[in-house]
Design a protein around this ligand. Structure first.
Ligand code: ADP
Ligand code: GLC
Length: 499
């Protein structure tokens, strides 16, 4: 099969969160199974053009009542590709839209004013790229709101060209990585799409007189999926549906949940070069060394016997940071004051939260944090911690809890989304489970569950050790997920064939 991934993020080129990991790892896994996978990505300012090959000639993109010129196409191979079936990446270069710092915005301006134009332009460029290189995929696979216009353009622009159209046999899949971000903008922006107002209403853009890009994508794509079965269920219900639950129910069986995998060539204690010593279930000495290195790095007391809880996270409401770090009511202060443990955090995000974290860590000797983004440090935290805390308000899949399991670090998670699909709760009578789970997102529940884990550490150590090994034995490889995506792609192709 020929698949084109249209995405705003892909490691190692552009990343703000798990979307970037998921797209690249899924692409590599599909290519390994013998399929022809290509990725298209904006060429953001920080992607070094001199390391890419230029494809001659500019790309004209029909938008804004005319043709948007001034864009170029660059290409390279996705690192980690196999020689036999390499994944090719194309970059759309457009100085005005992408020649600036930031993917969606900057810390002081998190959502650029022209984002609807930037990503409409990019989504339309997807089709022009295919024309330029003379390669037409069986499936256009879009991800989240930034490329949600891809299935819309396919259905309302390309398909009406009839059986002779270049995309007549192309199907579309839209994957929801996060329903919390929908791309809702003033409908003044719609004129730029070059499509009529009939399409605005037929494609479902209309959202209380605003323009909702994700919603239109959800109505227009041939199939939809999200990144865990449990999140697929939750989003169909009111509470986690972010107002789009009705659309998702309407799509019925066209909408499914496929659990993400993890990239085991990057997240694997047996091969990880970013930790002091590699380790496996057969020899866990590397984990103890990682703990020591982590304590040293954060200036904590070097003590192998004190339980160390780690966090690596975006500091946003989604991740439950209010209940943990909210001034006066957050649980972190009392957890660190009352319990014999250490807590470390690596993260960036909302300014209030960064401020609270810094202030808290200056007052507590057993809580240390680094505000920032760090690949190496995130590996050290996964390896060196005993527990990993993710009190998410919602979590479409979550990758960190799976990394934790692979590194023998026990997740403490809220019973939501993909966290519920990947972590099994500890049973203190029998010792079964792989982590610690709580239901309510309250400061009390976080406090009590961290307390429960710390109790188990000091009183049921043999269970803790067994849980570590159980987690490390789990298989979260992308191959399993890739096969499920292939089934969905096949379903779309069969459906198109029978029309
Ligand atoms: P989300 O995509 O919602 O942020 P995921 O758990 O799916 O959540 O993925 C987060 C990814 O981003 C993980 O690979 C995690 O290690 C990484 N990450 C998040 N914050 C940081 C940070 N400050 N430094 C390094 N990696 C980070
Ligand atoms: C989103 C979600 C996260 C998921 C990731 C990759 O950022 O918040 O839960 O793991 O996408 O699919």
């Amino acid at each position: 099969m020929k698949i084109l991934m249209a995405t705003s993020e892909a490691v190692p080129f552009a990343k703000t969160g798990g979307l970037a990991d998921a797209v690249s790892a899924l692409s590599l896994a599909l290519a390994k199974l013998g399929h022809e996978i290509r990725i298209i990505l904006p060429r953001y300012y920080n992607i070094d053009r001199t390391k890419l090959q230029l494809i001659e000639g500019e790309l004209g993109v029909p938008l804004g009542g005319g043709i948007e010129e001034w864009s170029a196409v660059y290409t390279t191979e996705l690192p980690g590709s196999s020689k036999k079936s390499p994944v090719r990446v194309y970059f759309i270069d457009h100085e005005i839209y992408f020649g600036r710092d930031g993917i969606y915005g900057t810390p002081s301006d998190p959502d650029f004013l022209d984002n609807p134009r930037r990503f409409t332009f990019f989504s339309r460029a997807v089709f022009q790229l295919c024309r330029k290189i003379g390669w037409f995929p069986d499936i256009l696979h879009a991800h989240d709101w930034p490329t949600a216009m891809v299935p819309v353009f396919l259905k309302f622009w390309e398909r009406p060209l009839g059986p002779g159209g270049e995309f007549a046999k192309t199907g579309s899949l839209l994957t929801i990585h996060n329903l919390g971000y929908q791309g809702i903008y003033s409908k003044d922006n719609y004129c730029y799409t070059n499509m009529g107002w009939d399409v605005f209403y037929n494609a479902g853009f209309d959202d209380w007189n605003m323009m909702n890009l994700l919603k239109a994508g959800l109505y227009s794509a041939d199939r939809l999926n999200t990144v865990s079965p449990n999140y697929a269920r939750e989003t169909r219900m009111g509470s986690q549906g972010f107002r789009l639950d009705g659309v998702l129910r309407y799509r019925g069986d066209d909408y499914s949940g496929i659990l993400n995998g993890i990239d085991t060539s990057v997240w694997n204690p047996k091969t990880d070069t970013l930790i002091p010593k590699k380790y496996s279930v057969k020899d866990m000495s590397g984990k103890a060394l990682a703990k020591e290195a982590l304590q040293k790095e954060f200036g904590l007391v070097l003590d192998p016997d004190v339980p160390l809880v780690g966090m690596v996270t975006r500091l946003t409401e989604q991740k439950g940071v209010g209940e943990l770090f909210g001034p006066a009511y957050g649980a972190a202060w009392s957890i660190c004051r009352d319990m014999d443990l250490q807590l470390v955090l690596l993260g960036t995000g909302e300014p209030w939260c960064e401020y609270e974290i810094q202030s808290l860590s200056s007052r507590l000797s057993n809580f240390k944090a680094q505000i920032g983004y760090g690949e190496r440090l995130s590996h050290l935290i996964e390896a060196g911690s005993d527990f990993f805390l993710m009190p998410s308000r919602y979590e479409p899949c979550g990758l960190n809890q799976m990394y934790s399991l692979a590194y023998g670090t026990l997740p403490i998670v809220r019973n939501t989304g993909g966290l519920a699909d990947t972590v099994e709760n500890f049973n203190q009578e029998t010792g079964t489970g792989t982590g610690f789970i709580f239901d309510d997102l309250t400061s009390n529940a976080i406090y009590n569950t961290v307390g429960w884990a710390v109790w188990a550490w000091y009183n049921r150590r043999e269970y803790i050790e067994a849980m570590r090994l159980r987690g490390m034995a789990q298989n979260f490889s992308w191959e399993k997920s890739a096969k499920k995506y292939l089934e969905v792609y096949e379903g779309i192709i069969n459906q198109l064939g029978s029309v």
